[in-house]
Design a protein around this ligand. Structure first.
Ligand code: ATP
Ligand code: MG
Length: 281
């Protein structure tokens, strides 16, 4: 059974997509020697902007697929998810579900009037649970059925928090949404952690915000991801940072290179692997 990790924060530009892409790629690299499903990772990009897919499958993102994610969410009966799954560009064991901007905008508009509008993604993914070790879901920067579907389908939520401005009210709202989803749909849903992102050591407010987050979320705080040009460049080059800055010697034990960004995101990857081992033992 796959562990599904949703990256969420309704605030825009906080590093959700960067985290989804690099977590998924990092997990794929760490698991590349595992056989079968234990080595496979799937990315689902629930944001109509489709930025995660740019980094996962740039060469193919403009291909028109006859059916894509929006059909899974809106059609009755839904098409086969099995036949939708595609290979990523940079890792042989990383996969994605194709998506298109217009279709996803339409899906967001139609979902509220459809039946079972909160659980459609969960139902679709249930059919491929036994084919992947991890499913990573990126989400749009707003509330609505696309976010709700992404949370209902998840085991763990990672919440990236930007460290230049603390938007506490948005975080409280997201917590409320997660509580409601736990109550009504998915009691097992768990916040894996708050991930400080875009952390700039030169600025005093970054430290203040980190301290405040620490007091607020205590053991749920993950080690911060610093502002790094490698992450921005990798993003413009349509790559994950591990592909952009690979280590000199290839090893599945250590996926980090001399680039700090790879070290910090590989820390998140290890934390997720550790949590999984804990669950399975
Ligand atoms: N740690 C970082 N260092 C430098 N640049 C970063 C870092 N994290 C993200 N970025 C850059 O900041 C911008 C916003 O990041 P990203 O797209 O991951 O945020 P997002 O939360 O997904 O945004 P949206 O809400 O629009 O989907 C991107 O250009 C990305 O390359
Ligand atoms: Mg994004």
């Amino acid at each position: 059974m796959a562990i599904t990790i949703t990256i969420a924060n309704e605030k825009g530009g906080v590093g959700k997509t960067t985290t989804a892409v690099n977590l998924a790629a990092g997990l794929a690299l760490r698991l590349e020697n595992e056989d079968g499903p234990a080595g496979r990772v799937l990315v689902v990009d629930m944001d109509p902007q489709g930025h995660a897919l740019l980094a996962i499958a740039f060469d193919k993102h403009k291909d028109v697929f006859p059916v894509s994610l929006s059909a899974l969410l809106t059609e009755t009966p839904p098409p086969s998810i099995q036949r939708m799954i595609q290979h990523s560009d940079h890792h042989a064991n990383l996969y994605y579900i194709p998506s298109d901007h217009t279709g996803m905008i339409r899906a967001a508009r139609e979902l509220p009037s459809l039946m079972a509008n909160e659980t459609r993604l969960q139902k679709a993914l249930a059919q491929v649970q036994n084919q992947f070790a991890y499913i990573v879901i990126d989400t749009p920067p707003n509330t609505g059925d696309l976010l709700v579907n992404s949370l209902v389908a998840a085991d763990l939520v990672v919440i990236p928090v930007e460290t230049s401005y603390l938007g506490v009210s948005g975080l409280i709202e997201l917590q409320r949404t997660i509580e409601q989803i736990k109550t009504h749909f998915r009691p097992e849903l768990k916040i894996f952690g708050y991930l400080p992102t875009l952390c700039d050591e030169q600025r005093a407010e970054a430290q203040e915000i980190l301290t405040e987050l620490q007091q607020r979320y205590k053991t749920l705080m993950l080690p911060p991801i610093h502002k790094a040009t490698d992450l921005a460049y990798a993003h413009s080059a349509h790559m994950d940072v591990f592909t952009y800055k690979p280590p000199r010697v290839h090893s599945t034990e250590s996926i980090a290179s001399s680039s700090r960004a790879t070290q910090e995101y590989s820390g998140l990857v290890e934390a997720v692997l550790h949590e999984t081992r804990k669950r399975n033992s």
